[in-house]
Design a protein around this ligand. Structure first.
Ligand code: NIG
Length: 381
C-alpha cells in the first residue's frame, strides 16, 4: 500500500542531487521510498498523511551501541560524578550480570532499548557483543543481537575477563570465539586502549576477523592518544569509534582514508572527558559519524537527538553536518547505501519532527521533537 507523506515544510534527503527541499512530499511503498520531490508534483497514493509544515529527515542510523547486557551501573556513574575517573574496568561488572541473565532477559532488555531508540527516531541500529567474554556467552549475545538489530558486531576483545591471561584470551577470541559467533555477525571490533588490548593484540584480532570475512571496526583513542586510529586505517576498518584524543597524524590519516571517525558525544560527557575534535576532523576532510554508544557504563542514552544537539552546541558542528553525520554518516560507517538517505530505492525509514526545521534539534535541546517514525515503511508512532 503506497503512503504519500505531504505538507513537508523541510525535507532533508541527504541525496546529493536534491539536498534539502521545501514544500515537499515523499511516497513510500513496499518498505521503500518510491518518490521524493515537490509536493505539487506528487503522485497519488492509497493513503495520505499531511505533516502540516513539519520537518522530515531520514531516521537516525545509530552505528555504535552495546545493548546486549544485563544489570545496572548507577553506583559507578554516581562515583564518577563525584570525581572518580572512568576506566574500562567497569565493563567487568556488566559481564558478571550478563552471564547471570537468561536468554529471555537479555533479549527483552535489548528489545526494550531498541524500541526506546525507535520511538526517538532511530530506524537502523548496530549493536555489539562484548559483555559475555567467553565462548558460550559471546555466541548467545551474537545470536540474540542478530534477532533484533540491523547490524551486529563481535566485540569479544572488549576486555580481558577477570582471571584470564591476555595472550591466551586473544588466542581464544581469534579461535573458538570467532568461530562460534561468525554466523551471526557482520563486523568485528577491538577495544585498542591502555587497560584493554595493545596494538599487537588488537592487530591479531583484526587479522583473524578479516580472514573470517568480517568487516572491521575499532574502539580507539577514547581515554588517551594511542595506536587505535592508525591501526584502524591500516586495516581498512569501516570506522574507528570514539576518537576523543587525536594527534595531527591521526587526523591526517583519517582524512586520507575511507575509515569513518565515529564520534560519541554522550559518552565523552558521561565520562567527563573533553569532547572529540569534530571541527579538526571535518576541516581536514575526514568523514564523521555521530552515534549514541548506548551502554550501561559510559553512555546510558539511546538519544541520537541529544548527540546531535551536543555536536552543534558544544563541538562546533553545523546543524546540517550533525544531522548528516547521525544519518548518512552512520550509514557510511556501516557501509550501507540503503539507509540514512531519502531517495527512491532507499529503505522507507522516515523521521518527522514536531518542528519546522532540523535547526530545532539544537535550538530546542532536550525537547522530545519526534512526531512520527516510519521504519521499513511501517509507521511506528
Ligand atoms: O564504547 N570503550 C569501550 N566500551 C564501551 C564502554 C562499555 C562499558 O563501560 O560498559 C564504550 O564506551
Amino acid at each position: 500500500m503506497a503512503v504519500l507523506i505531504t505538507g513537508i515544510g523541510e525535507l532533508t534527503t541527504n541525496d546529493e542531487e536534491r539536498g534539502k527541499l521545501h514544500d515537499a512530499a515523499l511516497v513510500l511503498d513496499g518498505g521503500e521510498v518510491v518518490w521524493a520531490g515537490p509536493a505539487a508534483d506528487a503522485p497519488d497514493a492509497d493513503e495520505r498523511v499531511d505533516v502540516e509544515g513539519r520537518a522530515v529527515l531520514p531516521g537516525w542510523v545509530d552505528s555504535h551501541t552495546h545493548l546486549v547486557f544485563a544489570g545496572d551501573r548507577t553506583a559507578e556513574f554516581e562515583a564518577r560524578m563525584a570525581g572518580k575517573p572512568y576506566s574500562a574496568g567497569g565493563i567487568a561488572t556488566t559481564v558478571g550480570a550478563t552471564r547471570e541473565a537468561s536468554d529471555a532477559e537479555l533479549a527483552a532488555n535489548l528489545r526494550r532499548h531498541v524500541d526506546e531508540a525507535a520511538r526517538q527516531g532511530t530506524t537502523c541500529l548496530e549493536t555489539k557483543t562484548g559483555y559475555g567474554l567467553n565462548v558460550a556467552d559471546e555466541a548467545r549475545s551474537a545470536r540474540i543481537a542478530a534477532e533484533v538489530a540491523d547490524e551486529v558486531t563481535f566485540l569479544g576483545a572488549h576486555l580481558v575477563p577477570p582471571g584470564a591471561e591476555v595472550e591466551s584470551y586473544v588466542d581464544l577470541v581469534c579461535g573458538d570465539m570467532l568461530a562460534a559467533v561468525a554466523e551471526h555477525v557482520r563486523w568485528a571490533d577491538v577495544f585498542c586502549e591502555t587497560g584493554a588490548f595493545d596494538e599487537a593484540q588488537s592487530a591479531r584480532v583484526l587479522r583473524a576477523s578479516a580472514e573470517r570475512g568480517l568487516g572491521l571496526r575499532v574502539h580507539g583513542n577514547q581515554l588517551g592518544e594511542g595506536p587505535g586510529v592508525r591501526l584502524a586505517v591500516e586495516h581498512g576498518a569501516a570506522s574507528v569509534d570514539h576518537c576523543t584524543y587525536l594527534s595531527d597524524a591521526d587526523v591526517e590519516a583519517l582524512a586520507a582514508s575511507d575509515t569513518v571517525a565515529t564520534l560519541l558525544p554522550a559518552c565523552d560527557l558521561s565520562t567527563r572527558q573533553a569532547l572529540a575534535p569534530a571541527r579538526r576532523l571535518l576541516d581536514a576532510g575526514a568523514t564523521v559519524a555521530l552515534a549514541s554508544n548506548a551502554n550501561p557504563g559510559s553512555s546510558y542514552t539511546t538519544s541520537v537527538a541529544f548527540c546531535v544537539a551536543t555536536a552543534v552546541l558544544q563541538m562546533r558542528m553545523s546543524v546540517e553536518e550533525a544531522v548528516w553525520s547521525a544519518t548518512a554518516g552512520g550509514a557510511r560507517a556501516l557501509r550501507r547505501t540503503d539507509v540514512g538517505v531519502l531517495r527512491p530505492g532507499a529503505r522507507a525509514d522516515v523521521h518527522v519532527l514536531d518542528a519546522p526545521s532540523v535547526t530545532h534539534l539544537a535550538y530546542r535541546p532536550g525537547v522530545p521533537l519526534t512526531w512520527a517514525v516510519w521504519r521499513r515503511g511501517e509507521r511506528l508512532r
